[in-house]
Design a protein around this ligand. Sequence first.
Ligand SMILES: Cc1cc2nc3c(=O)[nH]c(=O)nc-3n(C[C@H](O)[C@H](O)[C@H](O)COP(=O)(O)OP(=O)(O)OC[C@H]3O[C@@H](n4cnc5c(N)ncnc54)[C@H](O)[C@@H]3O)c2cc1C
Length: 379
Amino acid sequence: MRNAWNGDRYRVLVVGAGPSGSLIALNLHEKAEVTIVESKSSVGFPVRCAGLVSRDCYNAFQNYCNARKSKLNEVRGAFFFSPSGRYLEVKGKSDAVVLERKILDRLLLEEASKNAEVRIRTSFLDFHGEKVLMRGSSGMYTERYHFIIGSDGVESRVAKIFGFERPELFLAIQYTMEIEVIDERMVELYFGKSYSDGFFAYIIPIDDMTARVGVLSRKMPFMYLKRLLEKHPSVSRRKRRSIIEVNLGAVPMGLVDFVKGNVALVGDSAGMVKPYTGGGLYYLLKASEILSKEFPNLQNFKKSYLKEMGKEYRAGEKIRRLYEILDDEDYDFLIDIASNLNFSEVHMDKPSTAFKLLPAFLKMLKNFRITKKIVRALL
Ligand SMILES: Cc1cc2nc3c(=O)[nH]c(=O)nc-3n(C[C@H](O)[C@H](O)[C@H](O)COP(=O)(O)OP(=O)(O)OC[C@H]3O[C@@H](n4cnc5c(N)ncnc54)[C@H](O)[C@@H]3O)c2cc1C
């Protein structure tokens, strides 16, 4: 593709070599000359991810790299726990895969580097007089680009410099630890205000004695994780040994306006995560594909992404509102009712598919107080 500037291909600066940066480069290289800058000297570490993706998302990653090398486990469904220890077994439309981000991110970047220039230990700093200011290993320098893509994560400097709205951040703590799991093929989700302020806690098995145990919460995630391990009626009884790794992170909540002129945000920088799980990999993968399809028209990228994914963000946000509204004792009741539902058409990447169960669920509910809360969350 030619442009009016100097007859060369468009020059695109991608800031950040996480999955969104590499996927943008992988998708865009036929249409533009892509440079990726990454402030760290390696990618995928420290790990800020449990690595759980749907089978569909995993298969899509296989189109870009040998994602099988990063596969740690396969899971068939999830146990949804109430704070009192009651649980519901849910098997949806797609099974899921647990990935090792340290490996996945490296594989994606290796593939991206075949067609894009990758500069590690290079930071995007600022934008002045149509030039980008960066700092590399030999000091500061400026360059000109036609487009800048901020795939630089939750604390995006691109978003800050170009004055993008910022999403709310939820805090996350995750242990990779030796702990007995109920079933190495099932994820465990722990709901209720006792275990998170506004979200949930989880155990994602890697094998029968190793798992990622974490909490996403508006505040004090460490306190909630300690409580999960020490007080939850199911978790506190498990045999557990050492903590192998501790990871701290943040998850953006709420998709922001992600295009301004010739600058776009993709991934965590834009709040592109499932609002009801905090999972970002599938939503950023979709964004990188749509961006390259619509490139160089960034407004069309925004329109197409919102057209395809907008209803999933809205549905996911409604489900997340339930975490705020429901009280601990409501979960026992809901779990009993939900055990009569058929989840086989519910897809973990598409919360809108869960809404198809709503009429049957509300019909069975027969509890005015909880019905009122659910209706409040959904409006
Ligand atoms: C505890 C936790 C568990 C999670 N679990 C899951 C899960 O199971 N499944 C799932 O799908 N998602 C999960 N997520 C979310 C997922 O990890 C993110 O959505 C994903 O990493 C976002 O990728 P990204 O490329 O947008 O950003 P990042 O992966 O954060 O990459 C951004 C990159 O930009 C670089 N950078 C930053 N600033 C600059 C700069 N100025 N110049 C140059 N480079 C810069 C950074 O060094 C980094 O390498 C989880 C998140 C957390 C915190």
